[in-house]
Design a protein around this ligand. Structure first.
Ligand code: ZN
Ligand code: ZN
Length: 289
């Protein structure tokens, strides 16, 4: 599968001279399976440019949109995602277990007056809210969402205020885990124990994980739903993942500071005995898994 990053900024879109290299748009990923089928993860402000790219690609008429949760920075790009206004697109909207009903409600609500001039029911694309949700086993919170093209998709609850889901995409033995807005060193009532995240990520070819804060910042931001660079690195080492992408960059984090954090993370991983590759996700980046 191929993953393209259209937005990796956390909390709020942050354009400006200090974020040119890593980008200022909020969460949006494009995944193409081996057959070229399109899965979009989250509709942050990065979804606007992705929408334009889809319009220029005549091979796409079906889009699966997987949503992690309904915080603004993951939904605000939806009303600016051009395919929603065009009848030739069918858009299947998927979330984790228990989220399927609420997704339609929250997408509709954010477009109600006076928040937005076009109501959801006026959109022209064909929407489906019927992702398959088989029940999971009692001892494990990881659940099968279903098959999205040739990608098998599992979910796990996020440790984050108001909840949400992380996802694991598997195709022909290759695995990509996406855990944004996930705090590893704090117990939110919606989350699961850290050991379950370790198992969920076990042996992944690529893990993209929230890494919004430095340890110093975390003295103030603990409990806000995001993870430190150190905790993200430690999870990746413990789970034996092969590559780690740092994600959900703090709005105040400059490009130069992100470069420094990548160097810091490399040291941390080496001193923990790990050999995995670490990089900071950047807008426009494509990663093959
Ligand atoms: Zn977020
Ligand atoms: Zn969030």
């Amino acid at each position: 599968m191929k993953i393209k990053i259209w937005g990796c900024r956390g909390s709020l879109a942050t354009p400006g001279s200090a974020t040119l290299r890593y980008g200022g748009n909020t969460t949006c990923l494009e995944i193409r399976d081996g057959g070229g089928r399109l899965v979009v993860v989250d509709a942050g402000s990065g979804a606007r440019d992705l929408g334009k790219a889809i319009l220029a690609d005549p091979s796409v008429s079906e889009i699966t949109l997987v949503l992690t949760h309904s915080h603004w920075d993951h939904l605000a790009g939806f009303p600016f995602f051009s395919p929603v206004y065009l009848p030739q697109y069918t858009i299947s909207i998927c979330g984790g277990p228990n989220a399927q009903q609420s997704l339609q409600k929250y997408l509709t609500r954010q477009m109600e007056p006076p928040f937005f001039p076009v109501a959801f029911h006026l959109l022209k694309a064909r929407f489906k809210f019927d992702c398959h949700e088989p029940s999971g086993s009692a001892e494990c919170h990881a659940r099968l969402v279903g098959d999205l093209g040739s990608l098998r998709c599992h979910s796990i609850p996020l440790n984050h205020p108001n909840g949400g889901y992380g996802f694991k995409f598997t195709e022909q033995g290759r695995t990509f885990v996406f855990l944004t807005d996930n705090e590893l060193d704090y117990e939110h009532q919606e989350g699961v124990p850290r050991s379950e995240y370790v198992e969920f990520c076990r042996g992944a070819d690529l893990l993209i994980h929230d890494s919004q804060y430095t340890a110093e910042e975390y003295q103030i931001t603990r409990g806000w739903g995001h993870t430190t660079y150190g905790d993200a690195c430690d999870l990746a080492v413990e789970a034996g993942v092969k590559r780690l992408g740092l994600f959900h960059h703090d709005p105040d984090r400059t490009d130069d500071q992100l470069d420094q954090q990548v160097v810091w993370c490399r040291q941390r991983i080496l001193s923990a005995g790990g050999g995995l590759e670490v990089f900071a996700c950047a807008e426009g980046m494509t990663v093959e898994v």
